[in-house]
Design a protein around this ligand. Structure first.
Ligand code: NDP
Ligand code: A1CAB
Length: 265
């Protein structure tokens, strides 16, 4: 359990998912987490769980030891500029989960601040994120603290900052790609006879099982696929039809389209 006071500036989709994960994991006490946003009505369930809900960014930042910034890329610079006097580089760590904003950009606004860029995904709410991190101006102790925090919320990988946009696509956007894949399976499952609830359970648990084969057993996907594709069987017939329709190609093109959106705007 961390005794540090954690401020989450921007309690939207990701900011509130981080707060939920911190609570669920037991990493923080509810009383040590403060989440800010302008319209706080959407944070009722966090408030009910004992999390401090605030509109006052200056006070929240001043009182925190760890400041997680989960604002949109288009207003993060403006908001940090506005509240720069509330930060204390001597005793605080800034964790930015903002897409496409570099550590140098943040350092320019808050000189001397220990900054960690982190790229989690929304499964952080249930401690199942993959979070890529990189840092600047941080001590060994600070980086250890941040890594321990994200380890409680899923798995953590340290990467070079130049890979942060790629991490955003593969890890953060990846949740949406995976869910769309599952939804398509549900639609197919209904067409071949299942009700939606049963199709959803089969599709989601099957994806979970496939992922666990790779994570727990450290296998290559094709090695596992070979075990399923009986010669002249139904799996290879379906897989080959999917590939004729551009399955792998559409995913690769989608990933590069997301990446280009970040780097070219
Ligand atoms: N969603 C995701 O899966 C992921 C998102 N990210 C990145 O995380 C960041 C947040 O994304 P996401 O949560 O989806 O976006 P949201 O729009 O859901 O969250 C941003 C929040 O910031 C709040 N906000 C805006 N201005 C202020 C302010 N001045 N003070 C305090 N709060 C403010 C908004 O609420 P209000 O208007 O009420 O103030 C809003 O809820 C983005 O940079 C995104 O790229 C990264 C990885 C995954
Ligand atoms: O779509 C977006 O821009 C954000 C970044 C990663 C996930 N959501």
């Amino acid at each position: 359990m961390s005794a540090k006071k954690i401020a989450i500036i921007g309690g939207g989709n990701l900011g509130s998912a981080i707060a939920q994960g911190l609570l669920k994991s037991g990493f923080s006490n509810a009383a040590d987490i403060t989440v800010t946003k302008r319209n706080t009505a959407t944070l009722a369930s966090l408030k009910a769980a004992g999390v401090q809900i605030e509109t006052d960014n200056a006070k929240t930042i001043r009182e925190a030891e760890v400041v997680v910034v989960a604002l949109k890329p288009y207003n993060v610079r403006e908001v940090l500029q506005e509240f720069r006097a509330s930060f204390d580089p001597a005793r605080q760590i800034l964790i930015s989960v903002v897409t496409g904003v570099s550590i140098d950009d943040l350092d320019h606004i808050l000189p001397g601040m220990a900054v960690v860029r982190a790229m989690p995904n929304t499964a952080i709410a249930i401690q199942e994120s993959i979070t890529c991190i990189c840092a600047k101006n941080t001590s060994e102790e600070q980086i250890r603290y941040v890594k321990t925090m994200f380890d409680q919320l899923g798995a953590t990988v340290s990467i070079d900052e130049k890979l942060m946009d790629a991490a955003t696509v593969l890890g953060a956007c990846g949740i949406a790609y995976a869910l769309r894949y599952i939804r398509a399976n549900i639609q197919g499952g209904i067409e071949i006879g299942f009700d939606v609830r049963t199709a959803s359970l089969i599709a989601a648990q099957t994806v979970k099982g496939a992922a666990e084969l790779l994570i727990r057993e450290n296998r290559h996907p094709e090695e596992e696929i070979d075990k399923v594709t009986t010669p002249k069987g139904c799996t290879i017939a379906g897989l080959n039809e999917m590939e004729h329709q551009g399955f792998s190609s559409s995913l690769i093109k989608g990933i590069t389209a997301s990446y280009n959106k970040i780097i070219k705007g």
